[in-house]
Design a protein around this ligand. Structure first.
Ligand code: GLN
Length: 259
């Protein structure tokens, strides 16, 4: 009898301990910041030789996470799915070289601007003269080429610009998951690719058959997009971002990931 009572008491103690552990576990649970990005956009986000997502944006969110006590979880998804994910989770952020845009501001809360960019066109070496090309000239070249298509990344400002430019011409746009895949198709499926300056330069640096030209487009401002219900987090992040810019930390990360 004594043995049975001892066993029952022991069992009760085990259950009680487990319950206690799970309670204390949840009370000390880490705060998680879910970062959504698209790792085909060097130097801002790309895969290193081990297949790990790295880049300027990743360094920036890790820095912010450390300052504010968040565990940072990186999710590599399609660029055009980022804002939808952000809208579903209060502690989510899109960090993907995202240009500030009125339509996006309706879906999510923009941080302060942390970088600027302009659209570039990638084409076979020597396609255009000079360093700059007008959108009209770029479209005219594609419309007259054998392959009358321009590659763009789905859901980007570059895709918007090309859509406007080709309207009423013989040129067509082909949408890709990212500009790296698109540029691999130059000469077979597309004649050129339009993407932001630094990712374009990274692609041209890796392929000596290709060259990059600046388009005569408007300057774009990169922001991080947060969930609409988390203005407090955006305010905290903005302070850190501003300080990082002042201290040259973002510039350091950009140099580090561009070399
Ligand atoms: N800056 C562009 C945009 O916001 C492209 C971003 C990207 O491809 N990661 O649409």
């Amino acid at each position: 009898m004594k043995k049975i009572i001892t066993m029952i008491l022991a069992a009760i103690m085990v259950v009680a301990c487990m319950a206690f552990a799970s309670c204390t576990g949840s009370s000390t649970q880490e705060k998680v910041l879910n970062v959504y990005t698209n790792a085909g956009f060097a130097p801002y986000e790309y895969l290193d030789s081990n297949g790990k997502v790295v880049g300027v944006d990743i360094d920036v969110v890790n820095y912010i996470g450390e300052k504010l006590g968040y565990k940072v979880v990186i999710n590599d998804i399609e660029f055009n799915a980022i804002l939808n994910e952000v809208s579903k989770d209060k502690y989510a952020v899109g960090a993907a070289g995202m240009s500030k845009k009125a339509e996006r501001d309706e879906e999510a809360l923009a941080s302060n601007v942390y970088a600027t960019s302009v659209q570039y066109i990638i084409a076979p070496k020597g396609t255009f003269e000079g360093e700059k090309v007008t959108l009209a000239d770029a479209v005219a070249y594609v419309a007259a080429a054998n392959i009358k298509s321009i590659g763009v990344q789905k859901g980007t400002t570059g895709a918007d610009l090309v859509a406007e430019g080709i309207d009423g011409t013989d040129a067509k746009a082909i949408e890709y998951s990212n500009a790296i895949i698109a540029s691999n198709d130059i000469g077979t499926t597309v004649s050129a690719v339009v993407i932001d300056k630094m990712p374009a330069e990274a692609i041209c640096k890796n392929k000596d058959t290709l060259q990059c030209w600046s388009l005569d487009a408007e300057m774009e401002s990169y922001v991080m997009y947060f969930n609409k219900d988390n203005a407090e987090l955006v305010a905290e992040v903005n302070k850190i971002l501003d300080q990082m810019i002042k201290d040259g930390i973002i510039d350091q990360y950009t140099v580090k990931h561009s070399s």
